[in-house]
Design a protein around this ligand. Structure first.
Ligand code: GDP
Length: 496
């Protein structure tokens, strides 16, 4: 019978990436680690690995105890290194780090409930100290290791952080309620994850409800070209219930599996780098900032620079509220020591001492002034300076319209405008007026927002103006299409 790739990997005690390498080597095609492979191939792989085990006598333990493969991995790696002293340093010398996960989806589909369920079942009660204090992230301990959840649900956190150039999430969970299926904010969440090139896992929630229709969700996903595995695609979908807890273990398992494939690594001994998740001012304590350590290690007493301010870490607590002295990669920590609250999404770096921190802040202030001046001067694009960059151009668009019908009509016409030279990439096609989230998406993806028969709110138009995003509204479809023609022409390199 057929076997799933990750099951086979687990049985044989090799990691999933290794298994995929073997399959590549054999020329076997697959879509993802949860694709199934034929029994003959399974036999062949068993044979291959058995032969390998024969040669590498240094690893008998790992081979004999596949169930403990995860725990045996460092030993295995060490054994391999010892066996191949001539090999140059591999990137895998950098230790793995835990995945950072964000949960996005339509309102009321169960983002908060899912986070609450995971937090209450996977964060030790003792650590939580009874009261769960929201610091913007928490660490869940699972049988396959730590998973860090960003617990500001919704894509606002994700987008503001990304808009500042930081990518804090490694994996996006898109929650879809099984009784409601795809909704406008689901589409937005998907567009954000796709624009950020962050792998997605779909959690089909509320399967405990009698009206839950998992198949409808799957076929709706298929209709927007996200094809679930059991429909022949590579999208991982997991039926769950945040109420009963059904499927949550599977979801965590899939997160770990996806993380393993992403091969996330960071050097705790390297230079410190982090991102502000959120911050607030506590009347008694002062400024409390939650920072995600992305690389290196933070220590109490370190000097940190964020934006145009700096601070010295006076005290540090982990997400469960325990005081800690140091924190390595993929650890969210709450820090006391800034005099001003930094904004979420800002990058944090460290400085050797107070003097260095001050200089850095001064340098940044100067850079900002220069940038402001430059903004007032006419814009020179990279193309103006370097000439045409590549042959195929992409016009990134966000479409907003009053009805599904008009959206489809517009997309139908746009599809015919594509050519070998120009690709039209619709990041998001949504019903209703554009949102500030659209503006953020447009600014990170360099897209133009075109609206048909919907009027942007004043605040949204203002946000677009501030970020120099083109946001245009039309009442006649062909005027909108003319605008796309202009964008295409503006984008086509002159023929010499
Ligand atoms: P959010 O807006 O996406 O954060 O959604 P919430 O977590 O606030 O959930 C919205 C509503 O759905 C609440 O009344 C929850 O109790 C309910 N809900 C969430 N998950 C489930 C579930 O798995 N099953 C059922 N029956 N209800 C759920």
């Amino acid at each position: 019978s057929k076997v799933r790739i990750y099951t086979l990997a687990k049985d044989l005690g090799v990691d999933n990436n290794r298994m995929l390498e073997i399959l590549d080597g054999l020329g076997v095609s697959y879509k993802s680690v949860s694709s199934t492979i034929e029994e003959e191939t399974v036999d062949l792989i068993r044979q291959l690995l058995a032969d390998e085990g024969h040669e590498a006598t240094a690893e008998p333990e790992a081979a004999a105890a596949p169930a403990q493969a995860a725990a045996a991995e460092p030993a295995q790696a060490a054994a391999k290194k010892a066996a191949e002293p001539a090999q140059p340093a591999e990137p895998s010398d950098i230790p793995s780090r835990a995945p950072v996960v964000t949960i996005m989806g339509h309102v009321d589909h169960g983002k908060t409930s899912l986070l609450d369920y995971i937090r209450s079942s996977k964060v030790a009660a003792k650590e939580a100290g009874g009261i769960t204090q929201h610091v913007g992230a928490f660490e869940a301990k699972t049988s396959r290791g730590k998973i860090v959840f960003i617990d500001t649900p919704g894509h606002e956190a994700f987008t503001t952080i990304r808009a500042r150039g930081a990518n804090v999430a490694d994996i996006a969970i898109i929650v879809i309620a099984a009784d409601d299926s795809l909704m406008p904010q689901t589409r937005e969440a998907i567009a954000h994850a796709q624009a950020a090139k962050v792998p997605m896992i779909v959690a089909i929630n509320k399967v405990d409800l009698p009206q839950a229709d998992v198949d409808r969700v799957k076929s709706d996903l298929t209709s927007i070209n996200l094809v679930p595995e059991d429909y022949g695609g590579d999208l991982i979908t997991v039926p769950v219930s945040a109420r009963s807890g059904e499927g949550i273990e599977d979801l965590l398992e899939y997160i770990s599996l996806t993380a393993e494939l992403e091969d996330l690594r960071a050097d705790p001994k390297g230079e410190f780098g982090g991102v502000v998740i959120e911050s607030r001012v506590d009347k008694q304590a002062g400024v409390l900032a939650t920072i995600m350590v992305q690389s290196g290690t933070l220590h109490v007493g370190d000097f940190l620079v964020v934006g145009e301010t700096y601070g010295k870490i006076k005290a540090m607590t982990d997400s469960a509220g325990s005081r800690i002295k140091e924190a390595g990669p993929s650890t969210p920590v709450q820090i006391l020591g800034f005099s001003e609250a930094p904004s979420s999404g800002e990058l944090v770096v460290s400085a050797a001492n107070e003097h260095a921190a001050r200089e850095r802040v001064a340098g940044r202030a100067e850079q900002r002034r220069d940038a402001e001046e430059a903004r007032l001067r006419p814009k020179l694009s990279l193309e103006d300076i370097m000439g045409p960059l590549s042959e195929t151009r992409t016009v990134n668009l966000i479409l907003r319209a009053d009805t599904q019908g008009s959206l489809e009509a517009i997309q139908g016409i746009l599809a015919r405008k594509e050519s070998d030279d120009v690709k039209i990439n619709v990041l998001l096609a949504g019903i209703g007026a554009p949102t500030e989230g659209d503006v953020l998406l447009a600014s990170t993806a360099e897209a133009t927002i075109l609206c048909f028969s919907v009027t942007p709110a004043g605040a949204v138009q203002k946000a677009a103006d501030q970020k120099s995003i083109d946001l245009k509204s039309f009442r006649i479809i062909y005027e909108l299409i003319d605008e796309v023609d202009r964008l295409i022409k503006g984008n086509i390199e002159p023929v010499f």
